[in-house]
Design a protein around this ligand. Structure first.
Ligand SMILES: Nc1ncnc2c1ncn2[C@@H]1O[C@H](COP(=O)(O)OP(=O)(O)OP(=O)(O)O)[C@@H](O)[C@H]1O
Ligand code: SF4
Ligand SMILES: [Mg+2]
Length: 366
């Protein structure tokens, strides 16, 4: 990873308050990762590990307090450089005890106003997002072509309706929607799930974003449609070289599209490095959690054929009661007597073990 990162997230924390438990759910709890320009970063991890909340935090779209409370989100293009959380800490007072966050007071109105200012020309324009359920992301009362046309007029230099319409049509064609001129006037309910996802991709890319965030873009679609959407994403990656954060449970999609991978667990990143190392059998210094995730996927061929993440024994971490030591300790089968005490008592850092590859595990600290 030699190019300057387009997106650099540092120690991001996004919490929610559980009234019933009177405690914080630490959904994103110190996430650091980066995406180089032109690269696709695959983000994997079990359900509840904080993948979507990380993405929504980057978009400034967290609802429900306290939400994002600290960290840095550096975003750098040829024409723009911004910390998307710049000076937002002024609106938050955090009370800690023994390194545990006890209380968060956030001045919501000031935070939201400042976020809108920081996200001006970023959300929808520089960073676009596509979601799992495309039908519910599209406006049901407006034909899809009109929605794309309006997005183009809002987020690009194109102002004329005719020109924006031509562009929208060419994008519908580019994402391989059949008969784009007919589909242009269809309402979302008149389109299949696969077609809606193609329309969402067209709408996202028509605004020429620098970064595309795709959160489970094929989940919920049937298998043949899924593979066609993956083909489309692969084609667009080659043609446009768009920088992408691709969140997926499906390791076959990740193995096909990702250049780098971040493995998330319990609100943090356990491993981050080149996809070819993380998915390979020859790179043996993986995080035990990554190894467990990939156990059912032993070869590149099986990755393509099987393509799912194996369920790992033990319960997913409860991010209200995060233990003092390694978050994976209660499920880990690699603890040795030499490191047991550290595993149990001290949280390891995400540390570079070979250039460009970081792992959060005491096994690799010697
Ligand atoms: N508004 C909210 N209030 C309280 N807890 C929340 C809220 N949104 C998310 N969470 C919790 O934060 C944690 C992380 O959620 P997130 O949606 O990021 O998981 P994920 O990794 O995307 O999982 P999945 O693979 O199922 O999509 C989960 O435990 C979830 O229950
Ligand atoms: S730090 Fe210890 S418990 Fe955690 S993953 Fe590594 S070996 Fe397992
Ligand atoms: Mg999710």
């Amino acid at each position: 990873m030699t190019a300057a990162p387009l997106l650099k997230i540092e120690d991001l924390r996004t919490y929610f308050y559980s009234r019933s438990k009177q405690a914080f759910i630490r959904s994103v709890d110190g996430v650091s990762l980066e995406i180089a320009k032109g690269e696709t970063l695959g983000v994997v991890g079990e359900s509840g590990s904080g993948k979507s909340i990380t993405a929504l935090s980057v978009m400034g779209l967290i609802s429900g307090g306290p939400g994002v409370i600290s960290g840095k989100i550096g975003f750098k293009t040829d024409s723009l450089q911004r910390n998307l959380l710049h000076q937002l800490e002024d609106y938050v007072t955090i009370t800690k005890k023994d390194n545990r966050i006890m209380q968060v007071n956030k001045e919501e109105a000031g935070w939201d106003r400042h976020t809108d200012h920081l996200m001006d020309r970023i959300r929808g324009k520089e960073i676009a997002m596509i979601f799992q359920n495309p039908k519910s992301s599209l406006n049901p009362f407006t034909p899809v072509g009109k929605q794309i046309t309006e997005a183009i007029q809002l987020h690009t230099a194109v102002r004329s309706e005719q020109e924006a319409k031509e562009r929208a049509l060419s994008w519908l064609d580019r994402v391989r929607i059949d008969s784009p001129r007919l589909r242009f006037d269809n309402y979302p309910y008149g389109l299949s799930g696969g077609m809606c996802q193609r329309a969402m991709i067209a709408m996202a890319l028509a605004c020429e974003p620098s970064l595309l965030i795709a959160d489970e873009p094929t989940t919920g679609l049937d298998a043949t449609i899924q593979s066609k959407i993956v083909d489309l994403l692969a084609e667009l990656k080659t043609e446009l070289g768009i920088t992408t954060m691709l969140i997926s449970h499906d390791i076959s999609i990740i193995s096909r599209l990702a250049d780098a991978i971040a493995v998330m667990y319990g609100g943090t990143v356990f491993e981050y490095g080149p996809a070819k190392e993380i998915l390979s059998s020859w790179f043996t210094s993986k995080h035990p959690y990554t190894t467990a995730l990939l156990t059912s996927v032993p070869s590149a061929q099986n990755i393509r054929e099987k393509g799912y993440l194996q369920a790992i024994e033990g319960d997913v971490l409860d991010t209200i009661n995060i233990p003092a030591g390694c978050r994976f300790y209660s499920r880990c089968n690699r603890v040795t007597e030499k490191i047991r005490e550290r595993c149990e008592r001290c949280e390891p850092e995400l540390r570079e073990i070979v250039p460009g590859h970081k792992v959060r595990c005491w096994l690799y600290y010697e």
